[in-house]
Every structure is written in C-alpha cells, then in structure tokens.
Write a protein that binds this ligand. Structure first.
Ligand SMILES: [Zn+2]
Length: 318
C-alpha cells in the first residue's frame, strides 16, 4: 500500500442544510420541513436547517423579485441598498448574518443547499473549486454508499468572492442538484434520493469529526467551460428553436463537433460548431430560459484527492 500523506483539516462543527432557496424546487423544501419536524433542537450535532426563501416557497415560485441564489457574491452582499430593495436582496443579507458573514472566521463550516433541476442530471454536486477536499470526499462517500445513483461533481471555477450562490457563504459547501423533476412538483424517487444522500453526507461529517481517516483517490470533475443560448430572432429576441431530440436528456454524454443541438421551429437542425468535444449539462433547464442558457458545456478531468482526517485539537495544531 502506498503511504499517502494525510491532509489535516479543521472539524466541521457548524453545518447547515438549506432548502427552498428556489421556492418551487420541492424536494429540498419538503426535506428541510421533514428534518425540521424530527430533529431540530434534539441533538447538538444536528445541522442548522434553513428554509431559505420562505415567501417564494409559500407561493411555489422560484423567487419573488430576483433570483436569491445569485445574491451572495461579495459585491452583491456589500453594495448599498436601494430605497425599496428586492425581497431576495434583503433575505440574502439575513442569511449572510445567520450563516456567515461570508469569508469571515464566524461563517458556518459547511453549507449544503438543496436544488432540483428539470434536466436529466441525476445527482450533482455544484461547487466553485476543484480543491475543496471536504466536498470531494463527501462526493466519494456518496458514490460508495449509493452506487446505483448516477452522480457527478461540477466545478464552476470561480474565486470565493465572485461565487454567487448560498452555499458560498460557508467555509465549505456545495449545491446538491437532483433531477429530472419539474419545478412545482415533487417526485418520490427524486425526494428519496435527496433524503438518502443528505443522510449519508451527515454521516460522513460525523465520521470525519470523530477522527476517521478517509483514504485519497480519484474523482472525475466536470469544469464549466461555457453556457450556450438558444438561437433567437434578432428583432424580437424570441427563441426560434428547441433542444434537438438527440441532445434532449443526454446530460453528461459527450457532445462532438457536428452533433445536432437544436431543431428550429421551422424544422431545421443546427449542429454543434465548437471544435472541442465537451460534456453538456443543464440541458433544457426550465429556469434558465430567462437566463439565456439552453445548456452548459464542461470539460471532464480526473482529479487526485488526498487522504483527509480532522485535526485532533485545533488549537494545538496551529
Ligand atoms: Zn435551484
């Protein structure tokens, strides 16, 4: 056996599980409500449970005024407030007070933010870095525990200041994105996958805090390269095509130059004109029509993750 160096990391004492950051992504909404019923206050080790956007959740909307999950970059959190700020801008500051302040020593150790997608993506971790060993080890743990679930690790590759989503408020964290599930709908299989994954994640954190050594190993990471918009009418800006049937539901299947990507409403096929084969994801995500994203493209890379163990005594270790 090789003698891997073990990276020692601080314990994860304060952990948050958030749902309803998008109020119509119902697996996370109902899972957080369920966990709130059974766990809150009973166990010192239980996570902080947060319904992130209660107003939007009550109305089963993604958001009321602006997308809450785009409000957590350093600039967005610190810019002066207008006279009548959007609801989600105020809410993002409340959440930053509860779980942050982002980037400070006081921020929680770990945030898992629960999301659903209408795309056929299985279970995805979405993170900003490819060197957050905590998130990568939790991902490996879930792969071991749930071999029947297709699982991918997506890296958006942004510096912490520019990271804009709720999970970026913690010292570690990721969005757990599961699909396909229509927004405003809860499907039992998707809900159960999320519930089981969250339980295994919390189990890993408990084992880590108890001093378990987790062996290193390889993880495939999909790093965002670019977003692709729908073809649009240059005057009206209306979309003029839908995702091609041969691309629909083929998230994480390699897209090669010349492959069909769109079918116009007049019946013509358009083809991928890039010169590099890449992996598409978020194909035909309902909520991204407004963002001008028909699908995103990523590059796959195999990453070597070191062994980790929690620091025995954080004050002595320094
Ligand atoms: Zn979402």
């Amino acid at each position: 056996m090789d003698t891997q160096e073990v990276v020692r990391l601080p314990k994860l004492s304060r952990v948050a599980v958030c749902g309803g950051t998008h109020g119509n992504e119902l697996s996370g909404v109902f899972l957080v409500k369920e966990l709130l019923k059974s766990k809150q206050g009973e166990d010192r080790n239980s996570p902080i449970l947060v319904l992130s956007n209660p107003e939007a959740t009550q109305r089963c909307l993604r958001y009321l005024d602006v997308d809450l999950n785009r409000c957590f970059s350093r600039d967005a959190l610190n810019s002066p407030l207008s006279d009548s700020p959007p609801y989600e801008v105020l809410r993002s500051r409340e959440l930053n007070t509860l779980l942050g302040p982002k980037g400070s020593a006081d921020s929680v150790d770990f945030v898992c933010d629960l999301h659903n997608t209408t795309a056929n993506m299985g279970l995805c971790f979405i993170a900003y870095s490819d060197s957050d060993w905590i998130s990568l080890h939790i991902f490996r743990h879930l792969q071991r525990c749930l071999p029947e679930i297709s699982m991918r690790y997506i890296n958006f590759n942004l510096p912490p200041d520019e990271a804009y989503s709720l999970d970026s408020v913690g010292k570690h964290g990721f969005a757990m994105e599961i699909g396909p599930q229509p927004h405003g709908v809860v499907r039992s299989n998707i809900y159960t996958t999320m519930k089981t994954a969250v339980q295994h994640m919390l189990d890993w954190i408990h084992l880590f805090n108890s001093g378990t050594v987790f062996e290193g190993g390889l993880v495939d990471v999909f790093t965002l390269v670019k977003h692709v918009d729908y073809p649009r009418d240059c005057k009206t800006h209306d979309i003029v095509a839908a995702i091609h049937p041969e691309l629909q539901d083929k998230d994480f299947c390699l897209l090669n130059p010349g492959d069909p990507v769109f079918q116009t409403f007049s019946g013509e096929t358009t083809f991928y004109d890039g010169n590099e084969s890449l992996y598409p994801f978020f194909i035909n995500e309902c909520a991204y029509y407004e963002k001008g994203i028909a699908f995103s493209l990523s590059r796959k890379r195999c990453l070597n993750v070191p062994a980790v163990q929690s620091q025995r005594n954080q004050s002595n270790e320094l």
